[in-house]
Design a protein around this ligand. Structure first.
Ligand code: C2E
Ligand code: CA
Ligand code: CA
Length: 559
């Protein structure tokens, strides 16, 4: 080598280049010797304070010191190596985050003699971590709690209310006509309106109330310890505050109109998902009545009976999960081109006292009372067992919206499919259109992950909700299933035929296949096939079959 350097200078220069500082701390003399550019750590301050272990320790943040001692004391079995992070006060009063990595050396009796290690300033990384944490807890635009943290607050208030019998309520405050404000005054003006609305709300609340951003045009409020009369007063005050406080929208001043939905717990709603759904309904109701007003959700007698029945069904589902009383019915999906069965949709069934209940009776209850996660885990396992048993079989599995947003379900899927590409390629995951559109970002992540694992993804019940062709192009799915409601009598309506035509055009552009569901007669089947639909599903092609019947059918078809 042409360079004239020694191993020592290489070490020091390498440390400096990496921004690290090395040290040796002798426990017997308490002396600390530094290697590398110590002034990069201590700045212009006196470096002598760092020359004894004891004074060094006085610079460590009180909150972090016990953690460092624990690591030094506890981690010595592992050859003496340790790592820790803490805040260190340099010159002045400011702290900076550092990462310390080293090894404690012992004498022959096992007594610690000295530690040798490296310090690195990690303030930049810590700042990023803090920012990321902040952004996941707080809404970027308004600084109020994010939707997830608001849900946590609701969950806490609900559990607290149930345990100590304390009344609470959840309110959704939607800004009416935000879209028009955006169109008329621009994006920035609309953002400003949202920020101002949050401020108006914040002024009206007590310190124990919690506010968060629940959606693009709405805020949520969790309030506890309030009687019906207090809530009525709160609603009046909120509406009045918006009516009398103009806000800036670009160069103009506008008076905002808001609609309010409210539900009370634990009296009228009994689970957190129900609170969210009922309050959303109430808000929609207030908007449908023209806005600038509130609607409080009240369960009718019919609702109360439904709740009682739901509780009974929830008990049945719990028992079925425990006692292995769930099973699948399989419904064929037929290719229009080959006119043969291409794959099957797995539809869950519950056996109770000899009776077989269809999914439509108990899946909505399971979604309501939080049992759907367990149910969808069961369904995934059961599906994978069938796919392993029958190498020529492809199955389509239904997933609830809560499963789509549940990262632990995706982890389960990934762990089950690792190294099993053959199984993955024969699994289709059905997510419903309404769920998919609720949070495009989460759905997008779900779809990408599932497809990366080798599965296909289907958009179920297409056409039953607020179908948006615009969003279709941003959701890359393999299959789109046209909802039964749409297929029924579709040819009698010009609109419906038009809809299928439009869907077909996008399908050709983006490359997904189309399944028509709920095909009950020959005429509809032939019409749909001639329109260019790829697959048909429905009673005309085959009803869902329980395992025994299906198995005989499947084997006969496959042979
Ligand atoms: P879906 O995915 O839209 O399933 C189609 C439903 O329509 C099924 O009801 C099926 O039995 C029924 N069906 C099929 N062909 C016809 C037809 O020609 N005419 C009529 N009138 N109905 C037909 P099912 O099995 O009661 O399922 C209801 C819903 O429950 C499903 O709707 C799906 O969203 C959900 N579901 C089913 N299995 C599961 C599951 O394992 N997990 C989850 N999360 N949801 C499931
Ligand atoms: Ca389905
Ligand atoms: Ca469907």
């Amino acid at each position: 080598m042409g360079l004239s350097v020694t191993a020592d200078t290489i070490a020091v220069e390498a440390l400096e280049a990496a921004g690290d500082v090395a040290f040796v701390w002798d426990f017997v003399s308490d002396e600390v010797i530094w290697g590398g550019n110590i002034s990069s750590l201590v700045g212009d301050g006196p470096s002598n304070v760092f020359q004894s272990g004891e004074t060094f320790i006085t610079r460590i943040h009180d909150a972090d010191l016990p953690g460092r001692l624990r690591v030094l004391d506890g981690n010595l079995g592992n050859d003496g190596h340790y790592e820790c992070e803490y805040r260190l006060r340099l010159s002045g009063q400011d702290f900076t985050w550092v990462h310390e990595k080293g090894r404690v050396m012992r004498n022959d009796d096992g007594m610690p003699q000295r530690t040798v290690g490296v310090l690195r300033i990690i303030e930049g990384r810590k700042r990023n971590e803090r920012l990321i944490e902040h952004f996941s807890n707080y809404d970027v635009l308004t600084g109020h709690l994010s939707r997830n943290r608001l849900r946590d607050a609701l969950e806490n208030a609900f559990q607290y209310g149930e345990r100590f019998n304390i009344d609470g309520a959840f309110l959704l405050i939607g800004i009416d006509g935000l879209g028009e404000i955006r169109d008329r005054y621009g994006m920035d003006a609309a953002d400003n309106v949202i920020i101002s609305a949050g401020q108006i709300l914040e002024h009206m609340l007590r310190s124990i109330d919690v506010i968060g951003r629940q959606g693009a045009d709405r805020f949520g409020i969790v309030t506890t310890n309030c009687k019906q009369d207090d809530l009525n007063v709160l609603i009046e005050r909120l509406l009045h505050a918006f009516q009398t406080t103009p806000v800036r929208a670009g160069d103009a001043e506008v008076t905002l109109r808001v609609s309010i939905g409210l539900s009370r717990f634990p009296e009228d709603v009994h689970t957190v998902p129900e609170i969210l759904a009922r309050t959303e309904q109430a808000l929609q109701y207030a908007r449908d009545l023209g806005g600038d007003q509130a609607h409080v959700y009240h369960p009718s007698d019919e609702d109360r009976t439904r709740v009682r029945n739901s509780l009974a069904i929830a008990g049945q589902i719990e028992r079925a999960l425990e006692n292995d009383c769930l099973e699948f019915a399989f419904q064929p999906i037929v290719s229009c081109r080959t006119r043969r069965i291409s794959y099957y949709e797995a539809l869950v069934r519950m056996r109770d006292n000899g009776e077989v209940l269809p999914a439509s009776v108990f899946v909505p209850v399971a979604e309501h009372c939080g049992l759907i996660r367990d149910l969808d885990r069961w369904a995934l396992q059961a599906c994978l067992e069938r796919l392993t048993e029958h190498p020529g079989l492809t199955l389509s599995l239904n997933l609830s919206g809560m499963t789509v947003t549940d990262p632990s379900w995706l982890r389960l899927l990934a762990s089950q499919l690792r190294g099993r590409e053959d199984i993955a390629s024969r699994l289709i995951l059905e997510i419903t259109e309404t769920v998919a559109l609720e949070d495009i970002e989460i759905t997008g992540h779900f779809i990408t992950t599932a497809r990366d694992l080798g599965c296909k993804v289907a958009l179920d019940d297409f056409g039953s909700g607020h179908t948006s062709f615009r969003h279709m192009r941003s959701l890359i799915v393999d299959v789109v299933k046209i909802d039964r409601i749409f297929v029924r009598d579709w040819h009698q309506s010009g609109d419906r035929a038009n809809f299928i035509g439009k869907l077909m055009t996008i399908a050709r552009e983006t490359g997904f296949e189309i399944v028509a569901e709920g095909v009950e007669d020959k005429f509809t089947a032939e019409m749909l096939a001639s329109e260019g639909v790829d697959y048909l599903q429905g009673w005309y092609l085959g009803k869902p079959m329980l395992e025994q019947e299906w198995l005989a059918y499947y084997k006969a078809d496959a042979s």
